[in-house]
Design a protein around this ligand. Structure first.
Ligand SMILES: NC(=O)c1ccc[n+]([C@@H]2O[C@H](COP(=O)([O-])OP(=O)(O)OC[C@H]3O[C@@H](n4cnc5c(N)ncnc54)[C@H](OP(=O)(O)O)[C@@H]3O)[C@@H](O)[C@H]2O)c1
Length: 260
């Protein structure tokens, strides 16, 4: 499969890393990128960087639109101007298919940065789920993790808030842990490595026992320290804090679409 990324920032590079890690040859990945710093990084990875006009002469199975929402509609029009028969996957948050000039030739996706490690979760939606390109998009994202096919496009907003953006909320929680731990362990030179083990250990524990209640019960004892902390989280309504963050991100996703 020959793919071309238009816009090669955070998410495109995570996908490219994941694809290469999965065994895809870097020669089947092409990049279009305007930011010179990123162009340099791509070339250091031995990736081919071309101009937009190359879309007219090279035959790509899929063009992956991975620019910020503010640039998306212009870039999409440019793609179809240069290569009208292109099949495009957009990873852009918020913007609904009907905002694009050619919605029938576009597949919406919402990956997350764990695609870099083959552990991504990606939602896919298109007007026609039975097209050859939709199957190709499914194959592409399966190389870098799991794929959810959404029946309703509007569910993309909620998916974005939980999986696309939501990863960052857990990182934010862990950042708070790190600050607290640093206060008592800052003289330890292996500190970051130790904390890394704490974080990856959480994943290992979940892989071994994929049930949060059981995992919590293994740590908690009645009247103990864990119970005291958990009761404090409940009293401060941790659940509402997260639900409110999901709601805010979902609303922003809807707003982004309406702003176009
Ligand atoms: N980051 C994530 O975890 C994530 C997850 C899922 C979806 N997304 C979506 O992915 C999109 C990209 O996010 P990102 O974080 O990867 O952004 P980013 O790091 O800013 O990357 C976008 C890149 O595209 C370049 N660009 C913009 N228009 C271009 C054009 N017409 N031709 C060539 N290059 C162009 C930008 O250059 P300049 O620097 O000059 O603007 C920038 O280098 C967003 O719409 C976001 O909603 C992101």
């Amino acid at each position: 499969m020959n793919v071309c990324f238009l816009g090669c920032g955070n998410i495109a590079q995570a996908m490219i890393d994941g694809l290469i890690r999965s065994g895809v040859s870097s020669s089947s990945i092409t990049c279009i990128e305007r930011n010179e710093i990123k162009v340099k990084l791509l070339k250091e990875k031995n990736l081919k960087v071309v101009e937009l006009n190359n879309l007219a002469t090279e035959n790509f199975d899929l063009v992956i639109l991975a620019v910020k929402p503010k640039d998306a509609l212009t870039a999409e029009k440019d793609i179809f101007k240069v290569a009208p028969s292109s099949k495009v996957i957009t990873v852009v948050a918020g913007i609904e298919l009907n905002k694009y000039s050619n919605p029938n030739s576009i597949i919406r996706s919402m990956p997350n940065t764990s695609t870099a490690f083959g552990k991504g979760i990606t939602a896919l939606y298109a007007i026609d789920h039975s097209s050859k390109e939709f199957n190709l998009a499914n194959d592409l994202f399966q190389k870098v993790g799991h794929v959810f096919t959404l029946k309703n496009e509007e569910d993309m907003h909620a998916f974005t808030s939980i999986i696309g953006s939501g990863q960052a909320y857990l990182f934010e929680a862990l950042r708070i842990y790190l600050i607290e731990l640093e206060k008592i362990a800052s003289d330890n030179s292996d500190f970051k490595q130790i904390f890394k083990n704490f974080v990856t250990g959480l994943g290992d524990a979940f892989s071994n026992e994929p049930d949060f209640e059981t995992l919590i019960n293994k740590i908690k004892s009645p009247g103990g320290t864990t119970q005291a902390g958990l009761e404090s989280l409940e009293k401060n309504d941790l659940e509402s804090i997260f639900k409110e963050a999901f709601r805010a991100a979902k609303n922003r996703s809807i707003e982004i679409s309406n702003e176009q």
